[in-house]
Design a protein around this ligand. Structure first.
Ligand code: ASP
Length: 506
């Protein structure tokens, strides 16, 4: 029985799925063919059409995906924008090599997306061999993009379907050059699994945009983003410095200047620490207007900057991080953010740390306090304390999802004439100094800090418990920090509250 549906638009871009041997000799190099030739190799499309599913195709110049980039992303996004109302979903046939980049870029370009956009491709083309993965990948992708026809829940996301798994595109990496199970999403379980049935794991799927939200497309990209691989020995060269400085030269003054560098750091965000001049090259780049972001060389797990004092080095140097985002998604996210010409460097940095398309497991919401640099001293007969005046707390976090709330003093210095540690008491929303007592509901605790001769430190106080108990996003939060140890001096340049919150789905 025919099912009423607006059908699926296939956007064909090339890749192995659309390749066949150039010459009659089956071993000759493969070349991409136009859609009309590819269609002939997939007679299953006819069967689907006969059962009532409308399938149409638009093609861009078919390419090996190593040649696909921002220009093609803009073309694909433009087609989806133009045809959005006419179809239930979209399938993008794509080479496997750069599929995760295209998926990531589209996830940031297509906003308020309420329909499935499914990228797929193949390791072996149906035009080459009857034993192939192209047919299964293609047909299943079409069924995923036509939820009403397939009687499955709609997945309103940019996904990769490949080898039996439906993965969120911006969390996916290519892990295998030849296997039919070529992709994985190391930090997010599949959104769906396909065997004899198509099973969608609805709790992992991002929710539909709210009522009244309108699909819209951002097509301006700024590609002046580079990546720097950290490897043992790089710190004794000036290679990173040359990469960062070569094109940087105050990005604001030159539109083609490098505007962001993604540093592929070790583990949870570590780089060699013993070469101060080398470290300074990152700080200089950042101060010259470049966004310096850290991602991990590990496939699984997150970069955590300044969540513990030990991981503060990169934060002190001005790095930002987006939890467990992949390198591929980080590059695309920055290209899209930098493409918004109204955003300042600060705003790009803030937005980079927040999830916008389910690309990371946690977001950091920063509230910057407009306080001047300051200093407090605690000496006999003089109480040293500082009050950070209340201001509305940023973000769309929910108290139950908060993993940490940290009051951070940046550019800080702590010195003491006494034996360490130095004791601090911290209060949230303390109205009057006289109310300071351990029984006050805003008492966040007494913290022990080590003094240091270093000038430019981050000193942080974990205020998670009181913050999630007493305030919600948009509420005002003031802080009172009291130095409890005599003979100490504490100074800072700026103060911020960082709220680290889990993403609600995925
Ligand atoms: N080089 C090809 C491409 O990415 C590989 C493939 O599609 O599997 O276009």
């Amino acid at each position: 029985m025919a099912v009423a549906t607006r059908g699926v638009l296939v956007i064909y871009t090339g890749g192995t799925i659309g390749s066949k041997p150039r010459d009659p000799d089956p071993d000759s190099p493969q070349v991409v063919v136009p859609w009309k030739d590819l269609e002939k190799g997939h007679p299953e499309l006819r069967t689907l059409k006969d059962s009532g599913l409308r399938i149409e195709c638009e093609e861009i110049e078919p390419l090996d995906s190593c040649n696909v980039g921002p220009k093609e992303w803009q073309q694909i996004a433009g087609i989806i924008e133009r045809k959005y109302a006419e179809f239930d979903g979209f399938v993008i046939l794509h080479g496997t090599d750069t599929m995760v980049y295209t998926a990531s870029a589209l996830s940031f370009m297509l906003r308020e997306l309420a329909k499935p956009v499914i990228l797929t491709g193949a390791q072996r083309s149906a035009l080459v061999d009857v034993r192939n993965d192209a047919s299964q990948n293609f047909i299943t992708a079409i069924l995923l993009a036509a939820p009403a026809f397939s009687k499955i829940p709609a997945v309103p996301e940019v996904c990769i379907y490949f080898g039996g798994k439906l993965l969120r595109g911006n969390r996916t990496v290519k892990r295998d050059t030849a296997g039919y199970d070529a992709y994985e999403s190391p930090n997010l379980a599949p959104l769906g699994e396909v065997g004899d049935r198509i099973a969608i794991h609805e709790t992992r799927v991002r929710p539909m945009p709210g009522a009244g939200r309108l699909f819209n497309v951002r097509k301006t990209l700024d590609t002046n983003v580079t990546s720097v691989l950290i490897y043992p020995g790089i710190q004794q060269t000036d290679l990173a410095q040359r990469q960062l400085e070569g094109l940087a030269a105050r990005p604001s003054a030159r539109p083609d200047a490098l505007k962001a560098a993604i540093v592929m750091a070790y583990g949870s965000g570590n780089i060699p620490t013993l070469w101060p001049e080398w470290l300074e090259s990152f700080r200089t780049a950042r101060n010259n207007g470049m966004v310096v972001a850290a991602v991990s060389q590990c496939k699984r797990g997150a970069v955590e900057l300044g969540i513990y004092e030990t991981s503060s080095l990169l934060l002190e140097l001005g790095f930002v991080a987006a939890s467990d985002i992949t390198l591929e998604a980080a590059l695309c996210k920055l290209m899209v953010l930098l493409g918004e010409e109204d955003l300042s460097q600060d705003e790009v940095e803030e937005l980079y740390q927040r999830a916008s398309a389910g690309e990371q497991s946690t977001s950091v919401f920063l509230t910057k306090y407009p306080v001047k640099p300051g200093v407090v001293r605690q000496s006999a007969g003089q109480t040293g304390s500082v009050r950070i005046p209340g201001r509305p707390i940023e973000g769309g976090w929910q108290p139950s999802q908060v993993e940490g709330a940290l009051l951070r003093f940046r550019g800080a210095k702590l010195s003491s004439m006494k034996r360490p540690p130095v004791l601090f008491s911290v209060y949230l929303n303390l109205e009057r100094a006289e109310d300071a007592s351990k029984d006050h509901p805003g008492f966040a605790g007494q913290f022990k800090k080590e003094p240091s001769t270093k000038n430019d430190q981050i000193i942080l106080f974990d205020v998670t418990r009181v913050l999630t108990a007493l305030v919600k996003p948009g509420d005002r939060a003031s802080f009172t920090v009291i130095l409890d140890t005599e003979g100490t001096e504490f100074s800072w340049n700026s103060v911020e509250l960082a709220i680290i919150s889990k993403e609600v789905t995925g």
